[in-house]
Ligand binder design. Structure first.
Ligand SMILES: CC(C)(COP(=O)(O)OP(=O)(O)OC[C@H]1O[C@@H](n2cnc3c(N)ncnc32)[C@H](O)[C@@H]1OP(=O)(O)O)[C@@H](O)C(=O)NCCC(=O)NCCS
Length: 148
């Protein structure tokens, strides 16, 4: 899984990605996320998720502080869900955080989003007990990268 910047070349395709109708309460549209990123540049970074060269999803990363990489948005297109790509996308985000020397991933999940919560818990995220803007905050501490 590769994370690539949203550019004029992939912008239309990223905006066209969509979640299932019943998932729309769980994540902003990619159009809104790209607008958020422009307003909050360079803190927020919009990235396309590519699997074997195929555009399958989108994430919005938040670098508000030095140690934590925030995952402000994360989605896999409805046609590509259920194939393990959510997990692969998270692993790619974790790799970015490690490469920047960060020790923690942080995100918020809308209550009732059982698939996302289950994915994050299986990945190693734990609830902090905080609720921010109605979302359950979860964090994942990253083991340092191995240097052989
Ligand atoms: C959450 C999301 C990113 C998961 O993406 P995905 O590519 O389907 O995830 P994966 O295929 O890696 O599956 C992850 C786990 O969820 C499970 N899962 C996936 N879709 C499921 C479904 N519809 N019902 C039940 N479980 C499901 C998988 O079985 C897997 O669990 P396992 O590893 O124990 O088998 C995707 O559903 C999505 O984009 N949802 C809408 C947006 C959203 O909620 N984003 C999160 C905002 S915090």
């Amino acid at each position: 899984m590769n994370l690539e910047p949203v550019t004029k070349d992939n912008y239309d395709a990223v905006v066209a990605l969509e979640v299932h109708e019943e998932q729309r309460l769980f994540v902003a549209t990619n159009l809104k996320s790209i607008a958020d990123a422009w307003v909050h540049r360079p803190t927020l970074q919009p990235l396309a998720l590519l699997n074997g060269g195929e555009l399958v999803g989108f994430t919005l990363l938040d670098r508000a502080g030095p140690d934590v990489l925030g995952i402000a948005r994360f989605m896999i297109d409805r046609r590509a869900q259920g194939r393990g790509l959510g997990r692969k996308g998270l692993a790619a985000v974790a790799e970015v955080a490690r490469s920047e020397g960060r020790s923690r991933l942080r995100l918020g999940v809308v209550p009732g989003n059982a698939v996302a919560h289950g994915l994050y818990a299986a990945f190693g995220f734990v609830e902090t007990g905080e609720v921010e803007k109605g979302e359950i905050v979860m964090v994942h501490d990253l083991a340092p990268a191995h240097h052989d």
